[in-house]
Design a protein around this ligand. Structure first.
Ligand code: KG4
Ligand code: ZN
Length: 353
């Protein structure tokens, strides 16, 4: 099976071709046009994003088909992100995909963006397949899932307020770092002394009581907004003391350590409760090297394998949409052309028990 994927949910115009089967996926091409213009505004401006998708979508798809050496008529399916995301941005991708599918008489498969993130790792590691525990950490979402099989997603926990990536972006702003802030915060934190040498800033871990039990309603949930406020106070205090320049790295490190401790513990609880030997990380925050390392250390020696996609596949891209689309197409699912863009929607197959 050969599938073209299209992703336009936020500020990346992306197209990709994948082929093969779920057991042996091949990434034949991937084009990502990143909209750098939003950096000027410190966040994504929806109207600008839509307009840039309009100018980028045709060349992105043409380049992806060209790189994969395939014509649109030879495709078995066209997969496109239809939710969640910025509606104006999603409409560009869905309208274009439907039209291309109609013209070339190819089935079109609507794909949920977060289901796409779950498939990203499979493109690089054939064994990153269910059953596994999944942590999706992006700019808009923080989801802890148990995945017994593709298409069935048990919701264990989520953030009660800010998403993990959003917290990184807000803390970056407080520290005078550019948007998006995840990578700059990670780089600044790496220059701080390790806590073993007693770096100055320690922030309380939200929802991480030592005696927590599985029946607690926050056993798997996270909260990052209090942490962000704690960082704000630390920055203000340092400003007043005139020591912000010396303390910035330590504040970044203290913040990152708190986020990582929380995420690692929640994932560990989930994997243990459901006896999963594999952990799959997805979303932009999964690029964070310190998070990956802490996760691997927590599972090392317990026979657990932690999979994280490389940055190109962890952040928004169409290859993961094509992979999830291939799964849906293999099951015979295809949208009649009546599906449309939706701003907010749970992953299909989500259940809690
Ligand atoms: O998945 P993604 O590309 O887009 C969304 O669907 O939101 O995630 C973007 C988020 C941003 O908040 C960005 O700051 C964060 O991922 N991010 C990181 C790192 N790289 C990107 N957060 C922490 N550490 C990183 N190295
Ligand atoms: Zn995403």
């Amino acid at each position: 099976m050969r599938v073209l994927g299209i992703e336009t949910s936020c500020d990346e115009t992306s197209a990709a071709v994948v082929s093969g089967t779920l057991e042996a996926l091949s990434l034949d091409s991937l084009v990502i046009l990143s909209q750098d213009v939003h950096r000027l505004f410190g966040g994504v401006v929806p109207e600008i994003a839509s307009r840039q998708h309009l100018t980028g979508i045709v060349p992105a798809v043409e380049a992806a088909l060209h790189d994969a050496d395939v014509s649109a008529d030879e495709l078995d399916a066209i997969a496109v992100t239809y939710a969640p995301g910025l509606v104006g941005a999603l409409l560009v991708g869905t309208s274009y995909a439907k039209t291309l599918a109609f013209v070339h008489d190819v089935p079109v498969v609507p794909v949920h963006h977060l289901e796409g993130h779950l498939f990203a790792t499979l493109l690089e590691h054939g064994t990153a397949a269910p059953p596994f525990t999944a942590l999706l950490v992006s700019g808009g979402h923080t989801l802890l899932l148990d995945v017994p099989e593709w298409g069935r997603y048990r919701l264990l926990g989520q953030t009660r307020d800010d998403a993990a990536g959003e917290a990184f972006d807000k803390v970056a702003k407080l520290l005078g770092l550019p948007y998006p802030g995840g990578r700059p915060v990670e780089q600044l934190a790496a220059t701080a002394e390790s806590p073993a040498h007693g770096h100055a800033h320690y922030f309380a871990r939200p929802m991480l009581r030592r005696r927590a039990v599985v029946t607690d309603d926050d056993y798997y949930d996270c909260s990052f907004s209090g942490l962000k406020t704690a960082v704000l106070h630390a920055v203000r205090n340092a400003e007043q003391a005139g020591t912000l320049a010396q303390e910035r790295a330590s504040i970044a490190r203290g913040f990152q350590d708190a986020v990582i401790d929380t995420l690692v513990e929640k994932v560990y609880r989930a994997a243990k409760a459901h006896r999963r030997g594999r952990v799959v990380l997805g979303g932009g925050v999964a690029c964070n090297g310190a998070l990956q390392q802490a996760m691997r250390e927590r599972f090392a020696g317990r026979g657990g394998a932690v999979f994280a996609p490389t940055p190109r596949l962890a952040t928004d891209n169409a290859a993961m949409i094509a992979a999830a689309g291939l799964f849906r197409a293999q099951r015979g699912e295809q949208g009649d052309a009546s599906f449309t863009a939706v701003a907010s929607l749970p992953i299909p197959g989500l259940f809690s028990e």
